[in-house]
Design a protein around this ligand. Structure first.
Ligand SMILES: [Zn+2]
Length: 202
């Protein structure tokens, strides 16, 4: 590959990242080109390490270095509560606050008949399995999906699927501005909306 091919390949790979268009990818690529070799290698190694050492928890889909994440393994947590989030970074923000002691379920996106995708379907199936499992009865499922169209559709979809199991389903309050993406809410807002959650009846 000539130098142009190498540089173009880097740009193309960077463009795979969300929100990175050609212009931004080029800017990153030039930045990397000018970086000390050691710094650039650290970026590459961090990416490889992430892919080799991190997995998704087989129970809740949270990021973990083991088969089951620390939260799912912890006896200090309330195993009767599941907080459903779209992305692992919402989980991380809530964990940072230390205010929530239950378990989680990460959907890795939204999922409803409108926004169907394979990963989301598997995640919802996994949640139903957990609710169904009688050896560990779940008393409450808290839906913390975004207050936008996809998030609301997901919440409704999940409510309809798990209500028949007799589980209490709650939805976080509107501390998070309607129409926004919960990913960008700060910890304080998240905790407040969690405290103000209300039961939903489908
Ligand atoms: Zn887990």
């Amino acid at each position: 590959m000539d130098h142009k091919g190498v540089f173009e390949a880097l740009i193309e790979q960077l463009m795979q990242l969300p929100g990175v268009g050609r212009k931004t990818a080029e800017r990153f690529a030039f930045f990397i080109l000018k970086m000390p070799s050691e710094s650039a290698k650290k970026i590459a190694t961090a990416i490889i390490d992430t892919k080799e050492k991190l997995f998704f928890c087989r129970v809740c889909n949270n990021m973990t270095e083991e088969e089951t994440c620390r939260i799912c393994q912890s006896s200090a947590r309330d195993h009767q509560k599941i907080l459903v989030v779209e992305e692992a970074n919402t989980l991380a923000a809530i964990e940072k606050s230390g205010e929530y002691k239950g378990l989680y379920h990460v959907l890795h996106g939204t999922c409803s008949p409108l926004t169907d995708h394979e990963g989301g379907n598997a995640a919802v199936k996994g949640l139903i399995e957990r609710v169904r499992n009688e050896s560990n009865p779940i008393l409450e499922v808290i839906l913390a999906t975004s207050p936008n169209i996809d998030g609301e559709a997901t919440a409704l979809y999940i409510t309809r699927l798990i209500k028949p199991f007799g589980v209490k389903v709650t939805r976080i309050a509107c501390g998070v501005p309607a129409g926004s993406d919960i990913e960008y809410a700060d910890e304080v807002t998240l905790v407040k909306s969690l405290e103000g959650r209300r039961e939903v009846y489908s």
